[in-house]
Design a protein around this ligand. Structure first.
Ligand code: XCC
Ligand code: SF4
Length: 634
């Protein structure tokens, strides 16, 4: 059936079912009219999805398989090697954690390698932007800085950081930021991470046929590997990127597909690494290229982000963001994108065929990542700026190829306030977490909700994100956010100080007094490390463990393996976490009940699964209230 939209637009009901976002709905409609396929169409073609896969009971870890366990107890209950559903589900889950931790940590490695080359003068386009952070990291890692040049200190720090990846024993330095009680618990459980790479390799080893065949034992390695990401790879990525590109400070920007320009050259940066997007942002201001743009009939060059590479430049430069994970195809469908420039992670291979339907150039820049129909332009530190200029030039030269009849840019765009690094939050609070702690104690702020993660076609685009967050702030929970949740919140207008009008009275008053939004954008997905640092600072100040805090986490629309690793380290750090989509573990009673209950007795926190965002908010509120009560607050 057809509905009239209040904008005088006829739109099919099915499109309302796909996204809550008007700009996205319009582009979905355009896609349909033009016969263009999107992720939603491909999802439909996948239905019904394989139930063995959904339950996690399919194993392909050796070539005697694939083996699958009959969930109804009638057919096979063991794989050929004898692996049970518990073993298979746990092994599959561990491999997801390993892949997620690898993605974050390998991103971190590249950031450190760039940092090292910068210190040796071999990455001329990069500089030290945050000296204070460099020096404080140096002292944390025991590197003397007195009488040394900043480059020397950076070089030594880079070497030390690189060793964190290949460490064979001892501890990861970042884990020392956690409250002592938590560290002690990890040590007792044997899940304190050793080397970052080591944990990931060990996951692959353990899940090889005939190695680790006890679900609990396997999952403990999952927690350790998650921790090597959260308190290792991800944290190192955040730290080094802050030194190289600056620690984010509050600033304003705009989001959603409407940030694309009708008269400027649109360059989209998509993926995860600021190493690339920083340079593209700079190149877009190059006078030579601006002149060329003018010659080509454009009034300027507009860089917009998608996913976390977008979050990185948004946080540090206020570069606008065109959309979340599920808007990457929709951005191309506007017909107004001259170049889609990508690095790694969350980039749909469908963009190859899709960009072929428009004038958009699809440019792949990472030596690690390739896609169909890309122009490959590998990004290397020694000539990063030159490559960025070449990329932007391709976009500019592509401007005259824009086909006016194919261009529709939705007018929807939303202002937002971003840039809340842990440092920025502390300084907004006047230098210490005390005002926030007092607000929590007094009850004006009921607790803290950390809401993060992806989009997933299984959930109406942004529905889970926006409704969960709105419900939390309405109940006086201060929300911290990263990744695609942050973009979704921005699109819904929740990242503005004015959004405190949607908050409960207590939170509203606190936001007004501090001039902050009720939802604080803390960065990209690796920047969940910032949330860990903030939680530690608050716990330490209160003299309690993280698991004692009135805080809860959620990933309402998660889909990536990185999200599984994140879940593992957030829960291992003591934070109850609600997942909005069901992980592939239900085929094992043992694994499911451990993750959703048993872990409480191990790490003092567990997962819950709740697709309905309002019910998810209730679970978080319930948890927050329990913790308040235990702390003697009401
Ligand atoms: Fe990717 Fe980080 Fe997920 Fe968004 S939130 S879809 S992982 S971009 Ni991390
Ligand atoms: Fe089957 Fe075991 Fe091989 Fe998995 S490891 S495919 S369960 S035989």
């Amino acid at each position: 059936s057809i509905f009239m939209l209040n904008v005088g637009y006829e739109m099919k009901t099915e499109i309302y079912e796909k996204s809550i976002d008007l700009a996205s709905q319009k582009m979905l409609q355009k896609a349909e009219e033009e016969g263009i396929e999107t992720a939603w169409d491909r999802y439909e073609k996948q239905l019904p999805q394989c139930s063995f896969g959904q339950l996690g009971v399919c194993c392909r870890n050796c070539n005697m398989g694939p083996c699958r366990i009959d969930p109804f107890g009638e057919g096979a209950q063991k794989g050929i090697c004898g692996a049970t559903a518990d073993i298979i589900v746990a092994r599959n889950f561990l491999r997801m954690i390993a892949a997620g931790a690898a993605a974050h940590s390998d991103h971190a490695r590249d950031a450190v390698l760039t940092f090292k080359k910068m210190s040796e003068g071999e990455a001329g386009s990069y500089r030290i932007k945050d000296e204070a952070k460099l020096l404080s990291l140096a002292s944390e890692y025991g590197i003397p800085s007195e009488g040394k040049s900043l480059e020397e200190v950076a070089g030594k720090l880079a070497d030390t950081l690189l060793q964190e990846f290949g460490k064979q024993d001892g501890h990861l330095q970042c884990t020392r930021r956690v409250p002592e009680s938590r560290l002690k618990l990890w040590a007792e459980l044997g899940i304190e991470p050793r080397g970052i790479d080591r944990e990931i390799v060990e996951c692959m080893h353990r899940t090889h046929i005939g190695v680790d065949n006890d679900a609990v034992h396997i999952l403990l390695q999952g927690l350790r590997t998650g921790l090597s990401d959260g308190w290792g790879g991800s944290m190192i990525a955040t730290d080094v990127q802050d030194v190289l590109f600056g620690t984010p400070q509050p600033r304003r920007s705009t989001v959603n597909l409407g940030v694309l320009s009708s008269d400027k050259v649109n360059v989209i940066v998509h993926g995860h690494e600021p190493i690339l997007s920083e340079m593209i942002v700079e190149a877009a201001e190059d006078p030579e290229l601006l002149k060329l743009a003018e010659e080509k009939g454009a009034s300027g060059i507009n860089v917009a982000g998608i996913c976390c590479t977008g979050n990185e430049t948004l946080m540090r430069h206020g570069t606008p963001i065109a959309g979340t994970f599920l808007q990457q195809e929709l951005a191309v469908i506007t017909g107004a994108v001259e170049a889609m420039v990508v690095d790694v992670q969350c980039v749909m291979p469908s963009l190859g065929e899709l960009t072929g339907c428009y004038h958009t150039k699809f440019i792949s820049t990472s030596p690690k990542a390739d896609f169909p129909n890309t122009v490959r332009m590998e990004f290397h530190e020694n000539r990063a700026y030159e490559t960025a200029k070449e990329i932007v030039k391709i976009a500019v030269e592509n401007f005259p190829n824009r086909v006016p009849e194919k261009v529709t840019i939705p007018e929807e765009k939303q202002e937002c306030m971003v840039g809340f690094s842990a440092e920025a939050i502390l300084s907004a609070l006047g230098g210490s977490p005390d005002p926030l702690i007092e607000a929590i104690k007094g009850g004006a702020v009921r607790g803290i909700g950390a809401v993060v993660g992806c989009n997933n076609v299984k959930i109406k685009h942004n529905y889970g994100h926006v409704n969960l967050v709105k419900e939390l702030i309405k109940n006086n929970v201060l929300v911290v956010t990263t990744g695609c949740n942050a973009i979704a919140c921005a699109e819904a207008g929740l990242l503005l100080p004015e959004a405190s009008e949607m908050a409960g009275d207590g939170l509203k008053a606190v936001c007004k007094a501090l001039g902050i939004p009720p939802v604080l954008h803390m960065g990209s997905c690796v920047d969940i490390s910032r949330i860990l640092v903030l939680a530690s600072a608050i716990a330490n100040r209160l003299g309690v463990d993280i698991s004692d805090l009135p805080a809860a986490g959620a990933a309402p629309e998660w889909m990536s393996e990185k999200a599984v690793s994140i879940g593992a380290y957030v829960v291992s750090s003591g934070v109850f976490t609600v997942l909005g989509t069901i992980p592939a573990v239900l085929g094992s009673q043992a694994v499911t009940s451990l993750l959703t209950g048993g872990l409480n007795g191990v790490v003092g926190a567990s997962f819950a699964v709740e697709p309905d965002p309002l019910k998810a908010a209730d679970l978080m509120l319930e948890h927050i209230d329990e913790k308040r009560k235990a702390l003697g607050l009401n």
